[in-house]
Design a protein around this ligand. Structure first.
Ligand SMILES: Cc1ncc(COP(=O)(O)O)c(C=O)c1O
Length: 449
C-alpha cells in the first residue's frame, strides 16, 4: 500500500527517530515472564501531548468496522419480506454452509459465542465442584460461562509472544476436579493444540475451544472447529463474520449437537419452523428445560453472504496485516508474533504492545491520541485476574500471571477489517507514526522532531 507524499513527513520523522535513538536500544524480541529486561509494573510516565491540531483523517474510523455489502442488505430484505424472520430455513442453510466450510460433522447456530460455550459445559455435564483451566487474557464471557455452569475457572498464564494459553502451565494446574481445558485462540492465532489435546487425552479432560476470534484459522491443515470436543465461534459486530449478535458451535459428536440444539430452543421437541411451516405440525413436547439461545433468520441472512466471501476477506485482512507489520517495525512497539507455516492465523485482531516501559507514553495516552486523530482502537484485553470480580472472588494478585499482566498494560488493537480502504490503512499508519515518533525514551534522550 502506498503512503501519500504529504504523510511521508510523519513517517520519515518516525524512521529518523527510531534509527537514531531506538533501534539500538529496543528489541522486538518478546520473551516470557522470566526475562529480567521486561518490567511488569504499570506504565505511568506521561508524554507531552503536543500533537498537531489537524487529525490524520476527517471522519472517525470505527474500530472493527463490519464488511457489509449489497448482498447482505438484499438477503435481509428478502427475509423481512418472506413472512418468517425467526429460526428457520436461513439458519439451517447458515449452519450447513458453516459446517461445510469448517469441515466439522455438525454445526449449531446460537445467539452468541457465550451461549455456545455455556451450552457446551451443560452438555458435557460440567458443573458444581468441577474446574475448567483457561487463560485470564480473554473477554469476560470465557470465564463467566464457567461460573454460570456452576464450575470454577482456573487461570494459567499465557505465552508472552502469542498471547495464547501456555500449555506448560496447564499440566501443573490439573487437580482431581479438573474436567476441561478452555483455550482461546487469541486474535485468531491457533493455540498449541497438539500439546493441549495431548494433555487432555492423558488426563481424561474435555477440550472446549473459544474460537470467537478464529473463524478461518487452521492448525496443521485442520480448520479450527474440528479439533476439540466442541468449538464456539462468535458473530459479534466486530468479528470476521458478523450477524449483529450470534454464534455457532461445531462438534464431531452428533449427540452433543442434537442436545445443544434442543436446549438452545427452550427444550422443545420441535423448532418453531417445524411447527409453523407448511409441512410442520404444531404439536410439540417439552423434553428438557432449555433456553432462548437460538439464532434468527435475520441474523443468518447477514451471515450467509459474509461466509461466502470469508476467504477473500481473510486475504484482505492479511494484506492489511502485512502493511501494518512493515510500517510499524521501527516504532517502539512489539509487533504481533510471526506465524509459522503450520498454522493459518484468522487475522481477527491486529494487536501491538506499546513499549511503554522504555518510552515516555502509556497505552492509554496512545489510544487517546489516536482518537484525536479520528482512529478508533480496542484494548484486547485487560486480563481477568485484574478485574474486580475475578481478583476478589479468587484472591488473585497482578503478579500471579506475569505475562497476562505484561500484555494487559501494553496491548492496543488497531482497526482491521476487510471493509477498510487503502486510504483508511494509510491513515492508521500515519497517525501511529505521528504519535510514536514524538515520544521520548525514558532515559531522557531527546527525540528528533
Ligand atoms: C475471546 C472471546 N470470547 C468470547 C466472546 C463472546 O462472544 P459473543 O459476544 O458472541 O458471546 C468474545 C467477544 O468478543 C471474545 O472476544
Amino acid at each position: 500500500m502506498k503512503v501519500p507524499r504529504d504523510r511521508l513527513i510523519d513517517r520519515v520523522k518516525g524512521v529518523v527517530f527510531n534509527i537514531n535513538l531506538v533501534r539500538a536500544s529496543l528489541t522486538n524480541d518478546i520473551t516470557n515472564q522470566h526475562s529480567p529486561n521486561l518490567p511488569t509494573q504499570e506504565c505511568s510516565m506521561k508524554s507531552k501531548d503536543n500533537f498537531e491540531n489537524r487529525p490524520a483523517r476527517e471522519n472517525y474510523l470505527v474500530f472493527g468496522k463490519p464488511d457489509l455489502r449489497r448482498e447482505e442488505i438484499d438477503e435481509v430484505i428478502a427475509t423481512l419480506e418472506s413472512g418468517w424472520i425467526g429460526t428457520g430455513p436461513r439458519v439451517e442453510k447458515f449452519e450447513e454452509n458453516f459446517r461445510s466450510y469448517v469441515g466439522a460433522r455438525h454445526a449449531v447456530a446460537v445467539s452468541s459465542c457465550t451461549a455456545a460455550m455455556y451450552l457446551s459445559f451443560l452438555e458435557l455435564g460440567i458443573g458444581a465442584g468441577d474446574e475448567v483451566i483457561t487463560s485470564p487474557f480473554t473477554f469476560a464471557s470465557t470465564a463467566n460461562v464457567v461460573i454460570h455452569a456452576g464450575a470454577t475457572p482456573i487461570f494459567v498464564d499465557i505465552d508472552r509472544r502469542t498471547k495464547n494459553i501456555d500449555p506448560a502451565h496447564i499440566e501443573q494446574a490439573i487437580t482431581p476436579n479438573t474436567k476441561a481445558i478452555l483455550p482461546i485462540h487469541y486474535a485468531g492465532r491457533p493455540c498449541d493444540m497438539d500439546s493441549i489435546l495431548d494433555i487432555a487425552k492423558r488426563h481424561g479432560l474435555y477440550v472446549v475451544e473459544d474460537a470467537a476470534h478464529a473463524i478461518g484459522a487452521e492448525y496443521q491443515g485442520h480448520k479450527i472447529g474440528t479439533l476439540g470436543d466442541i468449538t464456539a465461534f462468535s458473530f459479534y459486530v466486530t468479528k470476521n463474520v458478523v450477524t449483529g449478535e450470534g454464534g455457532m458451535l461445531t462438534t464431531q459428536n452428533a449427540a452433543y449437537a442434537d442436545n445443544i440444539r434442543l436446549k438452545s430452543m427452550h427444550g422443545l421437541s420441535k423448532s418453531a419452523w417445524n411447527r409453523f411451516s407448511k409441512t410442520g405440525n404444531t404439536r410439540y413436547e417439552v423434553v428438557t428445560p432449555g433456553f432462548s439461545y437460538n439464532m434468527t433468520d435475520i441474523q443468518a441472512a447477514l451471515g450467509l453472504p459474509q461466509l461466502a466471501r470469508l476467504e477473500s476477506n481473510l486475504r484482505r485482512r492479511e494484506a492489511i496485516w502485512r502493511a501494518y507489520d512493515e510500517a510499524f517495525q521501527d516504532l517502539p512497539v512489539y509487533l504481533p508474533a510471526p506465524v509459522p507455516s503450520t498454522i493459518r492465523h484468522a487475522r481477527h485482531l491486529y494487536t501491538l504492545l506499546i513499549k511503554c516501559d522504555l518510552v515516555d507514553i502509556t497505552r492509554e495516552e496512545v489510544t487517546i491520541a489516536l482518537a484525536k486523530e479520528n482512529i478508533g482502537t480496542g484494548v484486547n484485553f485487560i486480563s481477568l485476574h485484574l478485574q474486580p470480580y475475578y481478583r476478589d472472588m479468587y484472591h488473585l494478585s497482578p503478579g500471579d500471571f506475569p505475562n497476562a499482566l505484561f500484555a494487559s498494560e501494553r496491548t492496543l488493537s488497531l482497526p482491521l477489517s476487510s471493509a477498510l480502504s487503502d486510504g483508511d490503512v494509510e491513515d492508521v499508519i500515519a497517525a501511529l507514526h505521528r504519535i510514536l515518533s514524538r515520544v521520548r525514551l525514558k532515559n531522557r534522550i531527546q527525540t528528533v522532531d
